[in-house]
Design a protein around this ligand. Structure first.
Ligand code: NAD
Ligand code: MLT
Length: 320
């Protein structure tokens, strides 16, 4: 059954292509960024749909405000992969459709992962900083080759498999674990599928590409790190909380972990002392949730979310 979407509120920065496509299909669009929660609740009831990225939280309170007492809210769209910032259960109970754009930013998130793996092999970040400070310390910034090293990928979905294909070309052995992906699918991406217990002692690098769910919270912990090689390096471009930040900080300080790269954190922006110490650690490269922040990915997710809203109304219009 078509859903009547006459107007949309955009709450986080999305590419202009989204606005253009909605407007060219007769849908009115307003953009109100960084609304405090009381203003968001007051605004949302006047719109048929809301679009967010990761900053705005669409909580049960917001969904209730959007739907009770004449509220018009019918759909929430995430211009991105995860719907962690949307209370999907509350949306369902209020009859609000939740949409996302899971594939639009996979290549960008994959490429950031590969680049971060590179920065853990070669100390590019501290070396660049030393040049800015006017130093010329060639001996301090020697690294290691990726060639011949083993990369373990936990989560062999869209992004995990793309990472495998690229890092294989660098001459890495790629091993991985996923409860759903078949051995054949893994092999097609150059991955030797194994159980988790076999992975830990073999990995020189571990990168996680799972959703954050109860089964993956603290997937990399002090217990799992104890089973890893001394000097193992870890990367998280998936979701904060999959890697236990305190366990990594301790392992870095003890020399068990040889380096870590984080794009995502248990709280964003980070607030806890542990996360701040981790970010400041000399063996850590940290970026502020930039996995999807490329021109191409932002156009893709903007267009995909708009197309889905238009499809909901019963029309089908492709962006050109
Ligand atoms: P996907 O759904 O394609 O793949 C996830 C894979 O994880 C699936 O194959 C699933 O079977 C597997 N999985 C589930 N539970 C598991 C477990 N217990 N152990 C191992 N594997 C498990 O997702 P994707 O598009 O590849 O995204 C991966 C992650 O990256 C998500 O958390 C997503 O939100 C995140 N992401 C982050 C950014 C960023 O900006 N940093 C951008 C895009 C996506
Ligand atoms: C996503 O889920 O797609 C990512 O976290 C990126 C984002 O929303 O900016």
């Amino acid at each position: 059954m078509p859903v009547d979407i006459k107007n949309v509120l955009i709450c986080d920065a999305v590419d202009k292509a989204c606005v253009d496509l909605l407007q060219s299909n007769g849908i009115q669009v307003d953009t109100k960024l960084k609304l405090p929660v009381n203003e968001l609740c007051a605004a949302v009831k006047n719109y048929n749909a809301v679009i967010v990225r990761s900053d705005t939280k669409i909580t049960a309170e917001v969904l209730k405000a959007g739907t009770v007492e004449g509220g018009k809210l019918k759909a929430v769209g995430r211009a991105g992969a995860g719907v962690d910032n949307i209370d999907v259960a509350a949306a369902t109970s209020h009859g609000v459709v939740v949409l996302n754009t899971p594939g639009g930013n996979s290549i960008s998130a994959c490429e950031l992962t590969c680049l971060l793996i590179g920065t853990l092999a070669r100390p590019i970040v501290p070396a660049a900083r030393s040049m800015l400070e006017g130093r010329w310390d060639r001996k301090l910034y020697s690294g290691t080759e990726l060639y011949g090293k083993t990369l373990a990928i936990v989560g062999l979905g869209r992004i995990g498999r793309e990472v495998a294909l690229r890092m294989k070309v660098w001459g890495m052995r790629i091993i991985g674990y996923d409860p759903i992906t078949t051995e054949e699918e893994a092999r097609a991406a150059g991955i030797e599928k194994m159980d988790l217990e076999s992975i830990w002692p073999l990995a020189d690098y571990i990168t996680v590409h799972t959703p954050l769910i109860p089964q993956t919270r603290n997937l990399i912990s002090s217990q799992t790190l104890a089973k890893c090689k001394v000097g193992v390096k870890v990367v998280n471009v998936a979701r904060g909380g999959i890697i236990d930040e305190k366990a990594i900080l301790d392992a870095l300080n003890e020399g068990k972990c040889g380096g870590a790269a984080f794009d995502v954190y248990t709280e964003e922006p980070p607030v806890s002392e542990v996360t701040k110490k981790l970010i400041a650690h000399p063996k850590v490269v940290a970026t502020p949730h930039l996995g999807a922040s490329t021109a191409e990915a932002q156009v893709r997710v903007a267009v995909e979310v708009a197309e889905q809203f238009i499809a909901l109304t019963g029309k089908s219009q492709k962006y050109t």
